[in-house]
Design a protein around this ligand. Sequence first.
Ligand code: PGA
Length: 257
Amino acid sequence: MKRVVVFANWKMNKKLDEAGDFIKKLVALLGGRQDIIVIMCIPYTYIGSVTSLIKDTCIEIGSENMHAGEWGEFTGEISAPMLVSVGCSHVLLGHSERRRYFEETEEEVGRKMLSALKNGLTPIVCIGETLEEKESGRALEILDKQIRVCLHGIPPSHRCYVAYEPRWAIGTGTTPEYGEIEKTHLFIRKKIGEYYGEIVFGNTGVLYGGSVTADNSYKICSLNGVDGVGFGGCSLDFDCFTKGIEEAARTVVRTDR
Ligand code: PGA
């Protein structure tokens, strides 16, 4: 059975006890499911204390960022080996807020992607155009560049995700038209295959993020070329998030009955 992939991006929200309660409830409700993979990207400080809760479940823990280097004089930074040592398995890279507020470049995102894979973390590499780029008809050109630079040197045979997150859709309640999402995902896939070959193409899931809720996750996950979705604001609310996951899971064709 092909599984639908869902990720949460909590950003700078929740306290430790809230994070623990949320993950415990999530494990109780969905932990045994075979049709979904749920990647919880949460603040660094909570990762180590929740990884023991998700053992042998369909839930994975991810970080929201990391430094491209492994060790050294980078006060305040967190690296891939450090994340792995506390049981983290995934990492969100190049989120638009990292690019916008912390001036992360495509090249830096690419270096982080390589360090993540080298150290055994599965990256979720975010790409997406700004409103201005979209309005000037340059969206595909921007995505093409991001695919070339952020995935440069990607070794085959590693699981990787690319999240298409149009910057103008994040936190706005607005998404592209469904047909537009499908077209863009097919474009992204084609370029991944063209630049990195069949093995990388086969190992890379393409996810959509930006104003996903329980009202649109089924429709979006039904589109060609969409392997799953990411929830930002909606993932902070247990009911919104779990309804969104259930809707996404309705697209999975079950082979066990
Ligand atoms: P949103 O955020 O769902 O609140 O639009 C998505 C994201 O930032 O990944």
